[in-house]
Design a protein around this ligand. Structure first.
Ligand SMILES: [Zn+2]
Length: 389
């Protein structure tokens, strides 16, 4: 059950200026310790997962026990792993909501082993098991058996042959096979809400195959991107619905765990495909104290990424119209301006406290991207521990 009761508000005994000064001076003293504080993190030899089975197999091989929160529509268990220490408040980490962003999906499994903290940590390593298992797996759900499909070039003919065509224009093909939709390319923002031809798919899913060829592991057919058609005909993805009663099973699992553990820090590990640079999004917080710590964790995290020798988003870069720059590599995300309801970190900020969406650049080498995720998590957690010392 979803419990919308926010955790207790922080004490308001300090005014905003005092808090900002505190954060500033602590930043200055901590600046030199950042690199050493995230030392020991390694992504050497870490490879992307080819499917969700491999995620569970790796957890099992490492002796990790998990809790089953629910199931995706293919029957895959949505699992959460508890790690870290026993100290509260808890930390929540997840990734893989967008399965093509596979450095994030890989980092969620590595972070279970590598994150050092006394605080209780809960990790949902993959929020989209179907997408992670690839486009052929997604197709098998509609067909009732594995498809005979060898390459992306055969895709259009395959979809026309096996599905009912719902839309076919300007190089975009959408068909229905069984209960599901399948597309030959991304559809986000492509159609008008409530478009008539989407009626057979209301409340259902659409999968499309990645078209990338420059990022091994996210290439054609290796991943499926999961889209959901809302009951009123809007196409959204799995990192939405956190504040809607109508929500896909994968999202309800996350919400249920959050209500239980009430995390005071949340990370969601993503990637972007606009280059090799790193950035992250922060959220305005319910209390000034929370917001001071949000800023401080973000500032130290990007400093640590820079310290790795990685590239931060250039000054001229903006991820979109609903972002405001906080400092190099960090943007405030305003869900109100964006629309589409709340994503995981928007929702965490509204109900539980600080959190970040981490965005590594898919054109940066894979191991470096995984290391960025781990470094950011560890650096922010080190700051978080100072708060609750
Ligand atoms: Zn993403």
């Amino acid at each position: 059950m979803f419990d919308p009761t926010p955790s207790a508000a922080s004490p308001q005994s300090l005014d905003r200026r005092q808090l900002l000064q505190m954060a500033g001076s602590a930043l200055a003293t901590a600046a030199n310790s950042t690199q050493s504080s995230a030392q020991g993190i390694s992504a050497s030899g870490v490879k992307p997962f080819r499917n969700y089975r491999e995620v569970l197999a790796r957890l099992e091989a490492r002796g990790r026990k998990w809790r089953v929160l629910g199931a995706a529509p293919d029957g895959s268990p949505i699992v959460a792993v508890k790690c870290g220490g026993d100290k509260l408040p808890a930390i929540f980490i997840s990734g893989g909501a967008h399965s093509t962003e596979h450095a994030g999906a890989t980092a969620t499994v590595e972070v279970i082993e590598q994150l050092k903290t006394q605080h209780q940590v809960w990790v949902i390593p993959a929020r989209d098991p179907i997408g992670l298992s690839g486009f052929r797996h997604a197709l098998s759900l509609g067909l009732g058996q594995p498809p005979k499909l060898d390459s992306h070039e055969q895709l259009d003919n395959f979809l026309r042959k096996h599905g009912d065509v719902l839309y076919d224009a300007d190089g975009t093909l959408l068909v229905q096979i069984g209960e599901h939709g399948y597309a030959n390319r991304g559809l986000l923002g492509k159609f008008e809400k409530g478009a008539k031809f989407l009626e057979p798919l209301l409340g259902r899913r659409i999968w499309y195959a990645s078209r990338r060829t420059d990022t091994p592991g996210s290439g054609p057919l290796e991943r499926a991107y999961t889209l959901i058609v809302t009951p009123d005909g809007e196409i959204l993805h799995l990192n939405r619905f956190h504040d809607t009663a109508w929500a896909p099973a994968e999202v309800r699992c996350v919400r249920q765990l959050l209500a239980e553990i009430k995390p005071a820090l949340t990370f969601d590990m993503h990637e972007h495909d606009h280059g090799a640079h790193y950035w992250m999004s922060a959220r305005r917080q319910r209390t000034e104290e929370d917001e001071v710590w949000e800023r401080r964790m973000a500032a130290e995290a990007v400093r640590a990424v820079k310290g790795m020798g990685s590239t931060l988003a250039p000054d001229s870069y903006s991820p979109g119209s609903f972002f405001d720059k906080l400092e190099p590599g960090v943007f405030w995300l305003d869900a109100g301006k964006r629309g589409q309801g709340l994503n995981l970190v928007d929702f965490a900020a509204k109900h539980y406290g600080p959190g970040f969406t981490i965005e590594t650049g898919m054109q940066c080498p894979f191991e470096e991207r995984v290391r960025q995720h781990l470094t950011v998590a560890q650096t922010a957690v080190n700051v978080f521990e100072q708060r609750y010392r």
